[in-house]
Design a protein around this ligand. Structure first.
Ligand SMILES: C[S@@+](CC[C@H](N)C(=O)[O-])C[C@H]1O[C@@H](n2cnc3c(N)ncnc32)[C@H](O)[C@@H]1O
Length: 272
């Protein structure tokens, strides 16, 4: 928990220094949640564990849940509240707390996107997702994969281990910004030349096609997000399969495990 607090404080510097609104487009939000759709949230009680600045809550609110709650350990709850205030839908609350120990009434839909891989103990975070999901309710998570992330694990992660100890502004403007410039052009070129033979063998090919739709500010946000955090692990398929193999807690046959953008795992199911 004390170590998760360091991570949450680091993320708050990222989230609290962004322009207002969601950092994600509507299309990104919908793709992140697929196979879930609006009907899985509309009129239901929905909980996000590790909500950052509310960028996903912002879009989730427009799916009209009966009640929407976000939990984050860090001061990013301030920007999350600001972002949700501009939403027409008012049935939301953002609370500061530790998701690993958070227990309240179980919800119809619980999700945790981009969070479990930053916890000291990702498995405990996943257990909390399950513990907060109603029997018959759905859960949905997304994490960095071990698979497909060789360049990130071997090149970016060693830089993160140093950069995460530097002042946030130094990491953002003097580390993340210069580092992401070559990647920005790499992704844009991959996108322009998509379909050329041999190109799919390049590192981060699918991920580059995904991110290339966005402008430089989003690239820098993602790079800063990667480099500012003191704790990141890359989870392999076998680990997630092990988490999902709990027939006493998860309805067998309800689960999905999707390899997303060639370097991450999206997974979920129905709680027992
Ligand atoms: C990469 S951000 C993801 C935010 C959001 N889900 C999104 O996709 O935009 C990870 C978030 O997890 C939060 N976090 C990390 N450890 C936590 C914990 N133990 N309890 C609650 N939140 C935590 C961090 O503060 C940070 O805002």
């Amino acid at each position: 928990m004390a170590d998760d607090l360091k991570t949450a404080d680091a993320f708050a510097t990222s989230w609290n220094n962004l322009p207002p609104g969601s950092v994600y487009t509507r299309a990104q939000f919908e793709e992140w949640f697929a196979p879930l759709i609006r009907a899985d949230a509309e009129g239901r009680e929905v909980l996000e564990l590790g909500c950052g600045n509310g960028s996903l809550l912002f879009h989730m609110a427009s799916w009209r849940p009966a009640q929407l709650e976000g939990i984050d350990l860090g001061a990013s709850v301030l920007s999350a509240r600001r972002n949700l205030s501009s939403q027409e839908h008012k049935n939301w609350v953002v609370n500061q707390g530790d998701l690993t120990t958070y227990r309240d009434r179980p919800r119809d839909l619980v999700y945790s996107i981009g969070v479990l891989h930053h916890l000291q103990n990702p498995r405990v975070g996943f257990e909390s997702v399950l513990a907060n999901t109603k029997s018959g309710g759905r859960f949905h998570c997304w994490v960095y994969a071990h698979e497909g992330n060789g360049v990130i694990r071997w090149v970016v992660d060693p830089i993160r281990k140093v950069a995460s100890h530097l002042p946030w502004w130094f990491t953002k403007y003097l580390v993340a910004t210069p580092l992401v410039i070559p990647y920005f052009f790499y992704a844009k070129l991959i996108s322009r030349w998509r379909g050329l033979p041999g190109l799919p063998a390049l590192p981060l090919y699918d991920y580059s096609l995904w991110i290339a739709d966005r402008g430089f500010a989003f690239f820098r946000h993602v790079a800063f997000d990667q480099l500012v955090t003191p704790q990141t692990v890359y989870l392999d398929r076998a680990t997630i399969e092990g988490w999902l193999a709990q027939p006493d807690r998860i309805v067998p046959g309800s689960t999905y495990l999707i390899f997303r953008n060639g370097n991450s795992w999206k997974f979920g199911g129905v709680a027992r």
